[in-house]
Design a protein around this ligand. Structure first.
Ligand SMILES: Cc1ncc(C[n+]2csc(CCOP(=O)(O)OP(=O)(O)O)c2C)c(N)n1
Length: 384
């Protein structure tokens, strides 16, 4: 039977674990919602910019409080966390105790998307080579409290991190009844916005889109329009890196308009990359931020984008233009202006409401085919 997120959380709280940080994951979403719903610890739940920051933040909490913190992440994010895990929390460095929950996407034998297969297969070996002790928890573990207790004992005895690898469907559903009111100013739907962007930009433009549902929607829109996918790169993995990838393509092809379609969670994850765009000043770089204020693709947990002024941010990063839209009429008007900017990098923030279709599909072409098609399209465009 699946584990109740509430009972799981209560067991942690009973053990004096009261600080939670991480980057959301679809496999852990009900536990995240449950943590968010608990008013007593809500201010001790911080959704981190990236998994590495979460490890450092939790380390700081331990140093400041002498209490064991908890970090959660999808296994895709382990790469971001490896550096602080090996050079900060490791027993051979500062020896910082913490619980780490890792959602196991791509577990061998469980159907999953291409970007998760390799990561899932090497998951346990990766932990072993990092000398990080772990236990696997699944819905079959009625004794999950004993497993947590053993992990906590290891953490206390060794003043070191301990990992719980969480299998798919481990947690039962949790409805967050404390969810804040929906922001009524957010009118646009992301899918409609993407349709309008595709309709209004030239066929000679390249789109590099971010991880999660944005890329899935772009794929479906192309299918509905009977268009090929050769102009698009769907960055299905490496969350937060689509702007760096787009910058590389823009540098190699200064005469081709490159549209990077980013998400707020994704942009915040590796925000330092914006400085590379500003430093390089590619005239052909058009950065669109679809800002829905949440990690919608993995459950709708808040990002920090509500406190960011993207106008000031982009200008301070040396972008040459900033445009904004949050309704259909300004969207089309600003999109036309944005398309005309001949001296970039240009930034366009489009605010949308969270949400997507429940029957949204996934790309049916392989990542490698996507890359090859795009490369031949770029080759064609560079000869024009
Ligand atoms: C390094 C890493 N951490 C976490 C994830 C899980 N993940 C996939 S999409 C996503 C949310 C992206 O949020 P945002 O960029 O705001 O786009 P939205 O889903 O709201 O459209 C997350 C956290 C991941 N794929 N990679």
């Amino acid at each position: 039977m699946s584990i109740s997120p509430k009972l799981f959380l209560n067991h942690l709280l009973d053990n004096n674990v009261d600080f939670f940080t991480g980057v959301p994951d679809s496999l852990l979403k009900y536990l995240c919602l449950c943590i968010d719903n608990n008013t007593e610890i809500r201010d001790k739940h911080i959704i981190a910019a990236n998994e590495g920051s979460a490890i450092a933040l939790a380390s700081g909490y331990y140093i400041g409080s002498n209490k064991i913190p908890l970090v959660y992440m999808q296994n895709s994010g382990l790469g971001n966390a490896i550096n602080p895990l090996l050079s900060l929390t490791d027993p051979e460095v500062y020896s910082i105790p913490m619980i780490i929950l890792i959602g196991w996407r791509g577990e061998p034998g469980v159907k999953d998307e291409p970007q998760h297969i390799k990561q899932g297969r090497v998951q346990l070996n990766l932990l072993e080579s990092m000398e990080l002790p772990y236990s696997v928890i699944s819905s079959k573990n009625d004794n999950y409290k004993d497993i947590i207790d053993e992990g906590l004992k290891h953490i206390k005895d060794n003043l070191a991190p301990y990992v719980f690898v969480i299998k798919k469907n481990t947690f039962s559903k949790f409805d967050n009844n404390n969810k804040e009111n929906i922001n009524e100013k957010l009118i646009l739907k992301r899918e409609t916005v993407l349709q309008k962007i595709i309709e209004n930009i030239s066929d000679n433009s390249i789109i590099i889109s971010t991880t999660g549902k944005t890329s899935r929607e772009i794929f479906e829109i192309r299918e509905q329009n009977n268009q090929s996918h050769e102009n698009d790169f769907l960055t299905i993995g490496s969350m937060g890196h689509c702007s760096s990838l787009a910058l590389g393509i823009a540098k190699a092809n200064p005469d081709v308009n490159i549209y990077c379609i980013d998400g707020d969670g994704s942009m915040i994850m590796h925000m330092g990359s914006l400085s590379m765009v500003g430093q390089q000043m590619p005239k052909n770089f058009k950065h669109i931020l679809i800002n829905n204020f949440v990690h919608e693709s993995v459950g709708g947990q808040n990002t920090a984008s509500n406190i960011i002024n993207f106008d000031l941010l982009s200008k301070s990063m040396n972008y040459k233009n900033y445009s904004f839209a949050n309704n259909e009429s300004t969207l089309i008007q600003m999109l036309n202006d944005f398309n005309q900017h001949s001296v970039g990098p240009s930034f366009f923030e489009i605010q949308v409401q969270p949400g997507s279709r429940s029957d949204l599909g996934r790309p049916t072409t392989t990542p490698e085919q996507n890359k090859l098609d795009l490369m031949s399209r770029i080759d064609e465009l560079s000869k024009k």
